[in-house]
Ligand binder design. Sequence first.
Ligand code: GUN
Length: 297
Amino acid sequence: MGASIIDGKRIADGIRAEVRIRVERLAARGTVHGLTAVLVGDNPASQLYVRMKGKACEEMGLAHWTITLPADISWPRLREEIGKLNADPKVHGILVQQPLPPQMPVADVVAAVDPRKDVDCFHPENVGLVLIGTPRFAPATPAGVVELLLRSGNDPGGKDVVIVGRSNIVGKPLAALLVQKARGANATVTVAHSGTRDLAAHTRRADILVSAMGSPRTITADMVRDGAVVIDVGTSRVPDPTMKQGYRTVGDVDFEPVKAKARAITPVPGGVGPMTIAMLLSNTVQAAESAEGVPRT
Ligand code: GUN
């Protein structure tokens, strides 16, 4: 059986169209609505992601700014920059791109962002709201995974979902979304990680397998049940002299052999990535609507 490809770009375009309508409604009020990305250091993948997020804002009619800071900036200086953004009424969304340089106290950084502007949904208050089922914002990548499942006709309700990876950005918040007693959730969730004894024994039980390790081509066909739905959140750069930039971006999943076995699968690129950006735009509009007292749609 060959899997159908879940087209993240097409599904993300549908979400963007919904966001655009909300942006137009906000624009009619005559105020500026925007997102500021804070980029610390010169990680090339982070630079690319921040550029893509800025371009996506532009396409939506949202303002965007990027603040680029040196890799050796001190935490007090970064805190000052975040404080200025917290106080700026034009800035409705703030994101501090991760990974951060090793000297940065990541937990303090995410807690320094005003939770009402925390469009990444990384602030502990917002993480807690997700966990108890009353979210202010949707964690972008996990919510993108849920939307991909729903909009491709793969409702996770009642399914065995196995998530590989326990990061604060993907694995943990995705588990928190999927266990809720709610539409697009209600799944039986297993979170596997580097301490899992027999990874394949878990992944083979999955109706829906979500991999978020960042480890290239690690999910092989023998680890996947026939007819499973496979969502690949990983993005890694592997050297490839045939590509003009000298590398290729690949996921965690060994795509072709797994595709032959699965029912549906997301590609990398073009799967989860566009969804993360669409959800970020949606959160930015929501932050602006909340700041201006526009009722939630
Ligand atoms: N690094 C990887 N994914 C993300 C994300 O969604 N937001 C931020 N700020 N950094 C990331």
